[in-house]
Design a binder for this molecule. Structure first.
Ligand code: CTP
Length: 253
């Protein structure tokens, strides 16, 4: 066993990871389950949020940045709440796959923000993702397609009760997404709820960790953060072993 293999053998999930390859974490769960908050807490606990993007060891991106451009007819439907934003085909899944593959290859990526008021990407608001040690990718359907799902080193599912999610989604969509109550409830009953049951919920079985109650579950988040720390430590050890192979071999012996 070479020292390199040994260092990664400590944790099965790390096998095959190159030191420059980020550890990729998928975070899924129904709408308003608290995915973004879970990601934010993980980043806060790792003490990354105030760091410069270039130095960051942990970054977070959203599946919403990969919504497809709508045709004029689809735009009209979306304005009336008749477009299904919860179907797997609503996303540019080839672009998701390509972007995650680039991230894993350590290639710098540019991700646009999404504007829910206009139902379109904000191509002037771009976040550059520099090669990072840990990348969180969150969204309702990030575990749906096997090719995308198989790229994650760790999969989290935020499991929040559906009444709680609806109670959060209604005021959020009215305040932050410029919708009215009728729009939100009709969209929820016609598209969001059935698509959750058909496409999102069945992907829970692929998760490595299911987080009940979302961001309120500080114990689960602490455990995950400790795991990420272990990964970063191992990667650091791996990097320094390349610089000082003798010392590293000696330590492992
Ligand atoms: N959506 C919408 N209008 C759009 C695009 C998306 O209403 N133009 C809705 C979809 O119906 C989908 C939801 O946005 O259900 C996906 O975002 P969601 O998961 O609710 O947001 P996050 O902030 O990522 O989730 P969380 O609250 O779990 O952090």
């Amino acid at each position: 066993v070479t020292p390199r293999k040994m260092s990664f053998g400590i944790n099965g999930k790390l096998n095959g990871l190159e030191s420059k390859t980020p550890f990729l974490i998928g975070v899924s769960g129904g709408t308003a389950s608290g995915k973004s908050t879970v990601c934010k807490r993980i980043m806060e606990k790792l003490g990354q949020v105030d760091m410069d993007h270039m130095q960051r060891q942990v970054v977070c991106i959203s599946q919403d940045s990969f919504y497809r451009d709508l045709s004029p007819a689809e735009k009209l439907k979306a304005e009336k709440g008749q477009y299904n934003f919860d179907h797997p085909d609503a996303f540019d899944n080839d672009l998701i796959l390509q972007t995650l593959q680039d991230i894993l290859a350590g290639v710098k990526c540019e991700i646009p923000a999404y504007d829910y008021r206009t139902n379109s990407l904000m191509k002037d608001q771009i976040t550059t993702i520099y090669p990072a040690d840990v990348v969180l990718f969150e969204g309702i359907l990030v575990f749906y397609f096997p090719k995308i799902r198989d790229l994650f080193h760790m999969k989290l599912f935020v499991d929040t009760d559906s009444d709680t999610r609806l109670a959060r989604r209604v005021p959020r969509d009215i305040k932050e997404r410029g919708r009215d109550l009728d729009y939100v409830l009709n969209q929820y009953m016609n598209f969001v709820k059935p698509a959750f049951e058909e496409f999102c919920l069945p992907t829970k079985k692929f998760a490595d960790v299911i987080i009940p109650r979302g961001a309120d579950n500080t114990v689960a988040i602490d455990l995950i953060v400790h795991h990420i720390w272990d990964i970063l430590r191992l990667k650091k050890a791996e990097n320094s072993s390349r610089q000082h192979p003798y010392i590293y071999q000696h330590r492992l012996a």
